[in-house]
Design a protein. Structure first.
Length: 152
């Protein structure tokens, strides 16, 4: 039963709802980062050149959409700067498999794939295993979800 007291309480709370809704709907950063450092501080170029994850150095850095990428060498940093499109991980460095399912997940350096000259990172080795079952299909699903899942 609606009483005058419950009606007044509801009206008093109504201005707070938009404020909470904005907080709940705040967009995620476009690049996976921890403390401003992208992709756990690993060098994205090394995946291509060395075929494995290599920790970057704070000495060799570049900006990537407001996050700092670290590189193992000045050469790798310069390669990145010359061809950002090729070397930036897809889906902002978030888990590519999670993106294909419509959500965001952080990544581990050891769970990665270079496919058609593009880098894809995954949350863990199990997610990578699932990702590898249908890479082209998962890329298509991830692209359909990206970048909308940043706002979810």
């Amino acid at each position: 039963m609606l009483t005058r007291r419950s009606l007044l309480a509801g009206l008093a709370a109504a201005p707070l709802i938009p404020a909470f809704a904005q907080v709940a709907q705040a967009a995620s950063p476009s690049v996976f980062n921890t403390g401003g450092v992208a992709i756990n501080g690993y060098d994205p170029v090394a995946y291509f050149i060395e075929g494995k994850p290599v920790e970057g150095s704070a000495e060799f850095i570049a900006d990537w959409d407001g996050a700092t990428l670290r590189f193992a060498s000045a050469t790798n940093r310069d390669m990145f700067l010359a061809d950002r499109e090729r070397f930036t991980p897809n889906f902002g460095g978030y888990c590519a498999y999670a993106a294909s399912l419509g959500y965001l997940a952080p990544t581990q350096p050891e769970a990665w794939t270079v496919y058609e000259d593009r880098l894809y990172l995954n949350a863990n080795l199990r997610a990578r295993e699932l990702w590898l079952k249908d890479v082209p299909g998962n890329i298509a699903k991830g692209r359909a979800n990206w970048p909308g899942i940043l706002d979810a």
